[in-house]
Design a protein around this ligand. Sequence first.
Ligand code: EPU
Length: 437
Amino acid sequence: MGQTLVIEGGRRLEGTVRVGGAKNAVLPCMAAALLTGEDCYLENVPRIADVEFMIQVLESLGGRVEWSGAHCLRLNAANITALSPPADLVTSQRASFLVMGSLLGRFGYAACPPPGGDVIGQRPIDVHLAGFAALGATIGREAEKYVAKAQGLRGATIFLDYPSVLGTENLLLATSLSQGRSLLVNAACEPEVVCLAEMLQAMGARISGVGTHTIEVEGAASLHGVAHNIIPDRIEAGTFAIAAAITGGDVEIEGARPDHLMAFTAKLQEVGVRIEPGRAIPLRGSPGPSGLGSKGNMCLRVRGGDALRAVSIQAVPYPGLATDLQAPMAALLTQAHGTSYINERVFENRLLYVGELRKMGAEVVTTGTTAIIQGPTPLIGSQVRALDVRAGAAVVLAALVARGTTRVGEIHHLDRGYEALDQKLCSLGAVIQRIEE
Ligand code: EPU
């Protein structure tokens, strides 16, 4: 039994919607709570399935986690009883592999099977393991698990073969409790990495170069508890922006941080979508009102243009256009005039959603890691599947503009990363029902 979204297309979206905390920021921050025996509080936590998975992972290790508010978690890792999470939890979610860095840093031992996650490419973990080894850990394999052991990690210069997001996060977690100074060269600079680093700094770690490709960590002997606010989810914000654009609507997206969305908003403007700062909402700790490109204004107003134009897109690491917005952008470009090209340069197999869009009548073909979209095409309500979190968002967006009824199956994928996406879209005028099938 699974749930299906039944979406009536053709409604123009209007109104205001609020973005929740970022999935890909809260998961590493939850893993960071393993670095101390003191209480950690996370605020602005999205109520999504991936957070529930991570709670189970931490609890399987002896951690205590409770909701202390609607979107606030209290985490305590004073009594850790296991240093190896169960395989079924780790294989259902990629971010659970982050417990490796925390456990190795704090206890000198961690064991974990290769992590699962969306089917979007091979997704190796060599960057993580090579980094642990450079810090002095011995990496081995016992049955299906990777085992990392160390008699105290020693700071080192680590060259990351690729600026892997989770790889950088795992190494930040491990080096925060190592001896001496580490340099992470070719590190990822995504806002979610910055959110984790800021939490670690607030716990007592000395980290500089955050948000750049070279991060320096001066390891600490111990870290303390913290209260930390999770950044808004830039991918959820982008999904609402496309929902507004594809329906020719007018939507204010509260909590969207323009400084995290610059490549995306620039591309939307090239498509012909109108974007401007919304009503200013002061960001905690950030003074004054400002426009696009600043984090002072936490609201974007997005209005669909008269005639959308085809564009070329490259999905690359931050600050380039996010791969997680690539599939949603494809849905939008089915409505743009001309031929659009989308080149996915992060994952080698992230165009599977194209088959679902084609079922709806989209004129899309792929060659290698490029999708070529001919538009505008009238889309037709169909039976489609959410193949992964963002592929699911793409078909939901397409369904908003399709003629007739679309049924989106396998929406557990969507629920992993979006809090009540259907309800939030309905609050803007979409007609969506969630049914059991
Ligand atoms: N890679 C390697 N070696 C490694 C690790 C990665 O070659 O050791 C390669 C991958 O094969 C891929 C590229 O590096 O081609 C990027 O992978 P990365 O490690 O940066 O991705 P990730 O950390 O596994 C996170 C997000 C993804 C997001 C990517 C890229 C989390 C939990 N996941 O994955 O989010 O797409 O960064 O920004 O943070 C999503 O939210 O839907 C999602 C898939």
